[in-house]
Design a protein around this ligand. Sequence first.
Ligand SMILES: Cc1cc2nc3c(=O)[nH]c(=O)nc-3n(C[C@H](O)[C@H](O)[C@H](O)COP(=O)(O)OP(=O)(O)OC[C@H]3O[C@@H](n4cnc5c(N)ncnc54)[C@H](O)[C@@H]3O)c2cc1C
Length: 267
Amino acid sequence: MNSTHSVAAHWGGEFDESGLQQWAESLRRQLPGEHPSLGLVFMTPRYFPQAKQVLEILQVHAQIPLLVGCSSESLIAGGEEIEEEAGIALNRGWVVVDDLMRTNLPGIFAIGDVTGRLPLAHVASAQGILAVEQIAGMEVSPLDMDAIPRCTYCQPQVASIGLSEAQARQRGFDVRVGRFPFLANGKALALGDHDGFVKLVADGASGRLLGAHLVGPEVTELLPELVLARAAALSPEQIARAVHAHPTLSEALMEAAHALLGRAIHI
Ligand SMILES: Cc1cc2nc3c(=O)[nH]c(=O)nc-3n(C[C@H](O)[C@H](O)[C@H](O)COP(=O)(O)OP(=O)(O)OC[C@H]3O[C@@H](n4cnc5c(N)ncnc54)[C@H](O)[C@@H]3O)c2cc1C
């Protein structure tokens, strides 16, 4: 049994023993601080029929802002009840949220796989931070889903961020593409692992990096350089001009940027 289940079992036990009102009061007392800023509700399908009361008690009577979480499986098991009883809007089983992870009910957020957005651990984590920052009264901006790195740990590895060449063309950018094969990278040859390539997609008009698509050795470890480059709005020119150590796999990123500018050195 993992710690989440132990905590859920603890609160579930208290709920069964003391009933709804006392359970909420006990939860409120045990949360840190005189005016706790965060409440967590464990929604097992067993409690969905009482979900609305639980939410009301915690939010209105105990004045605890809520971060609501439950698994996709729980929603499949009790989706109708949570929609009908708690009034949280669902769309084909996913909790409907806006760009700031707010549900249709004020003060109630949903994050992670239950939202039906890109189902990745780092997305769930970033969404959680976004929700908690709002609960803490901080100013926030929506997540830029085009800036989310996507990694697949197969052989060879696959990693990407941002727009594909086709998506960039669809959105009307002046698309420039640069490719560089690991076959022409010294470190990849030394490793005996040279299948794959780096492909960069940029906007010719603004010089902005729009996307990056990598297949090959340790590309999931190479992608963060491009995640930062994109976040800092670095151009392919700046990536190409940044001297990369030899022999490293990262030279393939620099070479792809050179290729995009029409002046590849090693191909
Ligand atoms: C096999 C596999 C491999 C994956 N590999 C990757 C990867 O390499 N990289 C990546 O980024 N993502 C990966 N993912 C996706 C990633 O695991 C999910 O996107 C991420 O865990 C979603 O986080 P979450 O908090 O929404 O849900 P979860 O991580 O599923 O967390 C939900 C938690 O809630 C608990 N829970 C469920 N129901 C209740 C309830 N009713 N009451 C109380 N607690 C409850 C569960 O026990 C669980 O601990 C993988 C997923 C799978 C299945």
